[in-house]
Design a protein around this ligand. Structure first.
Ligand code: SF4
Length: 415
């Protein structure tokens, strides 16, 4: 079935319906049946739709318990994270999402992109701190919108942002660091190029709802956020076998049904393209001053935990579920008990440029929280152990992995 067929045409926006039209909570018998199907990892899209729109707050906890048990059975009591640095290659972006403060509409002349010298200095410091992952993030297609961005690239002998990112990826590999590249929606030649120098890559799907691109909706001014381009990029990643991180963003105006469809599309593409997705980030929207959505409330943490649990119950076992710890301070233990297995990248050196107001926890804090909850905390590489075990990388990346002995015998970080 092509991907456009897995996006159903129905748009049942339960959370914006008048009260009298909202659906009744699950009956005890329905709840028992769905919990059983969740335990067996056999929920269907229709089940998921019903569960998301009809589970009461109290019953949501039962799905969290099931998800937590599934995670234990699949992975043991191990939580992971990656020690990384975050390099924003450019903050210019042709899109303007209503919640974003990463994007800068203007930058000082000559500062359109981070310089190679700055990157070299960051890599040197990262090496000293035993970092293994370098997260490169860019605004999308800056040179399509900003003449000065194109000028900067041409002056430095690059034709596009992607070419520059590729060059920086090579620099990382040369010094024994592994790039994880988030460069937005990509075209086929760009995916092929970046795959060579990426240990892993990622793109937040965010949501498959086309409605969110309409007037007054969050992605109206963001052409690259049209679900079609996000999905095409996921499909290209699958086609070229890139270890892949995807994600959904909660609290941006999505309906219950949109979340169900987004998880379903992720599952479908993953299965069709041989299991290339390593993890899904379940990210909660955070209101930021200076944005269109500054007064919009963030999603209820209970809702986020519930969706985390459903992601664990619905997605194939090999896909890890991650929440960013800096966006969920004080709720870490609850997320562990909702089925997560990973905390994502945590940096001892750089800030989270997407959420600069929310500092990373120190690794020691994550360690203590994990141990107190009965888990071992392991440091992983940007690509998950199963990709290391099956040598699921380009030759170039594998050469760096071997030369610098970055992985231990189980595929975790050896540093
Ligand atoms: S979220 Fe990404 S695509 Fe949207 S404006 Fe910010 S940098 Fe651009």
């Amino acid at each position: 079935m092509p991907w456009w067929d897995v996006i159903p045409k129905i748009a049942f926006f339960n959370n914006v319906l008048p009260k009298e039209e909202q659906k009744a909570p699950l009956t005890t018998q329905e709840l028992t049946e769905y919990l059983q199907k969740a335990r067996e990892l056999s929920l269907t899209l229709e089940d998921l739709r019903t569960i998301i729109s009809r589970t009461s707050r109290k019953d949501a906890l039962k799905f969290c318990q099931v998800a937590s048990r599934i995670r234990d059975e699949l992975r043991g009591r191990i939580l992971t994270y990656s020690r990384n640095i975050f390099i924003p290659v450019t903050k210019l972006c042709r899109n303007a999402c209503f919640y974003c403060t990463f994007r800068r509409p203007f930058v000082q002349r000559g500062r359109e992109f981070i310089s190679e010298r700055e990157v070299t200095m960051l890599l040197e410091r990262a090496k000293k701190l035993k970092v293994t992952e370098v997260l490169f993030t860019t605004g999308e297609r800056a040179e399509y919108r900003y003449k000065n961005a194109m000028k900067w690239l041409k002056t430095h002998d690059f034709d596009s942002t992607i070419e520059y990112v590729y060059h920086l990826g090579e620099k990382c590999l040369d010094v024994g660091l592994l790039p994880h590249i988030n460069a937005g929606a990509l075209m086929e030649d760009e995916m092929k190029m970046l795959k060579e120098v990426s240990a892993s890559m990622g793109l937040m799907l965010e949501n498959v709802s086309v409605r969110l691109t309409r007037k007054n909706e969050v992605h109206h001014a963001a052409p690259d956020k049209h679900p079609r381009y996000r999905l095409e990029t996921h499909i290209l990643a699958g086609k070229y076998g890139v270890p892949w991180t995807t994600g959904i963003l909660l609290g941006i105006g999505e309906a219950a049904d949109d979340v169900a469809r987004s998880l379903h599309v992720i599952k479908t593409i993953h299965q069709r393209y041989g299991g290339f997705i390593q993890e899904i980030i379940v990210q909660n929207f955070q209101p930021k001053s200076g944005t269109v959505m500054k007064r919009v409330s963030p999603p209820d943490p209970e809702y986020v935990k519930f969706i985390v649990a459903l992601a664990r119950c619905y997605l194939p076992r090999e896909i890890g579920v991650q929440v960013p710890p800096n966006l969920n301070r004080g709720h870490e233990v609850d997320f562990i008990h909702s089925g997560i297995c990973d905390w994502g990248g945590v940096s001892p050196l750089t800030k989270d440029h997407v959420n600069p107001e929310m500092p990373w926890p120190r690794e020691k804090e994550l360690y203590d929280i994990s141990v107190r909850s009965g888990f071992v905390l392991r440091r992983r590489l940007p690509l998950y152990p199963r990709f290391v075990a099956s040598k699921w990388t380009s030759e170039r990346v594998w050469e760096t992995l071997e030369r610098y002995k970055l992985a231990d015998e189980k595929g975790f970080s050896s540093k």
